[in-house]
Design a protein around this ligand. Structure first.
Ligand code: COA
Length: 271
């Protein structure tokens, strides 16, 4: 499928979605939200996709919501604003956050405002050293909404989160890595290679197990310890049923065959 605001590339079981409005610094307009809903539905049902990478075209990752098309133009049309917001929430939280496949944000440049919402719910984020990050909302008179304040308050230390929220100052990629907003920073020419290395490592893991790891992590965040213990036990049993106890292969390869060490590498699984 092709999209007005996105490019989708599939190679070696890795799907890359590139936000493709470089002349608007990949700001998210209502059409982009509709396109992302459809593209992520396609990724989810594509058995040939094992890892999803999201990046931006040109010198920008994503300049947040399109301040004109998303906010200003819909200000007098509550219905249109609500529809755009619904689509935004649908792809970011209903699809990307819980996608049963690993997701990596490849932050290639400017990253502002609403981009933090979906950056925060990607499983991994690798940034180019020349990327810049900021919660600019306060600089033009709004609050970081749409989940942004909630997500940065969960992901970052309160001092760092409030610094971003209240100063609106842009910070470097290195600072973003120090804050743990991204996993690491790399030279711009190494960004794609670093992301593909991580994707290749993730592809070696049992995809069913990975999907369960991620689901349990996301749900556990909302549970008490007692609830999490019960949920993890239930999910363990469900994985045994669905995943056919491939962990027996892992134990046999370690204890009987002595062919690998689980502390250092992945077992050879057959489902
Ligand atoms: N919404 C709509 N359009 C945007 C945009 C946004 N969030 N961010 C950039 N653009 C547009 C600009 O209006 C400009 O359009 P034009 O060429 O038709 O005038 C074009 O993208 C290029 O932007 P420009 O400001 O000229 O590029 P720059 O390299 O000098 O600066 C930014 C890049 C990202 C620092 C700057 O565009 C900016 O501050 N954007 C707003 C970021 C923001 O506050 N996002 C939060 C929204 S919640």
């Amino acid at each position: 499928m092709s999209y007005e605001t996105l490019l989708v590339d599939k190679a070696d079981e890795i799907t890359t979605i590139t936000l493709n409005r470089p002349r608007a610094k990949n700001a998210m307009n209502p059409q982009m939200h509709l396109d992302m809903c459809a593209a992520l539905a396609e990724v989810e049902r594509d058995d040939g996709c094992r890892v999803l990478v999201i990046t931006g075209a040109g010198d920008s990752f994503c300049a947040g919501m399109d301040v004109k098309e998303y906010f200003y133009d819909t200000d007098k049309s509550p219905g249109e604003r609500a529809a755009a917001r619904k689509a935004a929430f649908e792809w970011m939280f209903g699809r990307l956050r819980v996608l049963p496949k690993p997701t990596i944000a490849a932050v290639n440049g400017w990253c502002f405002g609403g981009a933090f919402a979906w950056l925060s719910v990607c499983d991994f984020a690798i940034a180019s050293e020349n990327a810049k990050f900021g919660l600019s909302e306060v600089n033009w008179g709004i609050i970081p909404a749409g989940g942004v304040t909630k997500l940065v308050s969960t992901l970052l230390a309160p001092r760092d989160a409030l610094y971003l929220v209240m100063t609106g100052r842009p910070v470097s990629a290195r600072k973003a890595a120090e804050m743990r907003l991204v996993n690491e920073t790399v030279a711009p020419e190494k960004l794609r290679e670093t992301v593909l290395d991580l994707a290749a490592e993730l592809k070696k893991k049992n995809p069913t197990v990975l999907a369960y790891c991620k689901e349990v992590f996301r749900v556990d965040q909302t549970l008490s310890l007692e609830e999490a213990l019960a949920f993890e036990s239930a999910k363990w049993m469900e994985l045994d049923a669905v995943g056919k106890k491939t962990w027996h292969q892992g134990v046999e390869q370690f204890k009987q065959e002595r062919s690998y060490r689980p502390g250092l590498e992945t077992y050879r699984w057959k489902s």
